[in-house]
Design a protein around this ligand. Structure first.
Ligand code: ADE
Ligand code: ZN
Length: 372
């Protein structure tokens, strides 16, 4: 099954650009800059936020780090520690060449995994804060759409922690620049501190401009956050949404309205939403009829890759034919025109038909240990 999954064309709908940074790329950026100088006057640093966490602390002084040493940064026990680590890495993408290196590294990795279509989420605010102007960032995103062998569209994470007024201002600047490769918005960051409802105007403005809508909800907070995402923000998809399982009426609503959840199982374990794959509600949601797409969220930070996620889904008891359904869903719920979706689904099924009889069932189920 792993071999088959590796060969099949796949889509990634929930993948953060910096969350997918190849460790080698991050190691080279870490070694390029003087960490003390770039964190000078930084509020996280002065508040002791970075010092607090054992995985970040060693990297607060500069030296030449090996890739192996850098890989130890990506280990956490809870959501806040993950977010602090995620934030820490943002200080090392400081100019256009860093950003291009990041984008190229991520796209090469995806292409090598036979990901043929990716909606990549980018928190533009973090690169703006490092001094890269918004028009330059958007030009880099636009250029990435010409990358051979993979179709890319961008979702801007307005980052809920900046608050709804700043998010609206940022959205208006993005809209004014009118770049076609940006197809949608989301809100990442601390859902428990910045729940969805106050962002109503932001989502209304994005919708008016024809942008597609998703949001991180039901990850750090429970069903109420998902209800608000649906009723107040009027989103088309939910990022994570896994805590919908706590509310049967919400599960029924998702089924009836065909609202897909972008589920990232390993992310949910690494950020402490669930304690194990056995405790994860993916199969229960799927069996209830909720549309599900599988993604990696921040694969470098969670030590995973798309095929690993599908193998975990299989270990959760989802059958091989249902895994094919989920593979199809990732194309079906893409922010793409219907004709393009049809082509991708057709390509998936054709390749599946030609490969499945030879490799199906020949590889034992994976028991890969959790590496975050
Ligand atoms: N930003 C990157 N990954 C995230 C996640 N899993 N939740 C919220 N914000 C994020
Ligand atoms: Zn995410």
């Amino acid at each position: 099954m792993r071999k088959l999954l590796e060969k099949l064309p796949k889509a990634e709908l929930h993948l953060h650009l910096r969350g997918a940074i190849p460790v080698e790329v991050f190691a080279s950026l870490l070694n390029k800059y003087d960490v003390t100088a770039i964190l000078e006057g930084n509020s996280y640093r002065t508040s002791g936020m970075f010092e607090r966490y054992g995985n970040i602390r060693p990297f607060l002084s500069s030296r030449n780090w090996s890739v192996e040493e850098v890989s130890r940064l990506f280990q956490y026990e809870n959501f806040d520690q993950f977010l602090a680590t995620y934030h820490f890495t943002s200080y090392f993408i400081r100019d256009t060449s860093d950003l291009k290196k990041l984008i190229t590294g991520v796209l090469e990795d995806l292409r090598a995994q036979n990901v043929v279509y990716a909606e990549i989420t980018i928190s533009v605010i973090e690169y703006i804060q490092q001094g890269i102007p918004l028009p330059v960032i958007l030009t880099c995103l636009e250029q990435a759409t010409d990358f051979p062998g993979i179709r890319v569209q961008w979702i801007v994470d307005l980052v809920r922690n900046i608050g709804h007024e700043a998010a609206l201002k940022l959205l208006r600047q993005i809209i004014a620049l009118d770049r076609r490769s940006v197809v949608g918005i989301t809100l990442g960051g601390s859902e428990h501190l910045f729940p969805p409802a106050p962002f109503e105007n932001v989502y209304a403005a994005a919708r008016d401009h024809g942008l597609r809508l998703t949001v991180h909800a039901g990850e750090a907070l429970g069903p109420e956050s998902i209800w608000d995402a649906l009723r107040v923000l009027k989103v088309e998809r939910i990022g994570h949404g896994v805590r919908a399982i706590e509310d049967p009426d919400l599960v029924a609503y998702l089924v009836e309205h065909r609202i897909p959840l972008e589920i990232c199982p390993t992310s949910n374990l690494c950020t402490g939403v669930f304690s194990s794959y056995e405790a994860h509600p993916l199969k229960a949601l799927f069996d209830a009829g909720v549309p599900i797409a599988i993604s990696t969220d921040d694969p470098t930070f969670f030590g995973t890759a798309l095929v690993d996620e599908y193998m975990h889904v299989r270990d959760m008891g989802v059958s091989d034919s249902d895994i094919l359904e989920i593979l199809k869903n990732s194309f079906r719920h893409a922010f793409l025109p219907d004709e393009e979706i049809e082509k991708y689904v057709h390509r998936l099924l054709t390749i599946h038909t030609s490969l499945a009889p030879t490799v199906f069932g020949s590889i034992p189920v994976s028991q890969a240990p959790l590496s975050c």
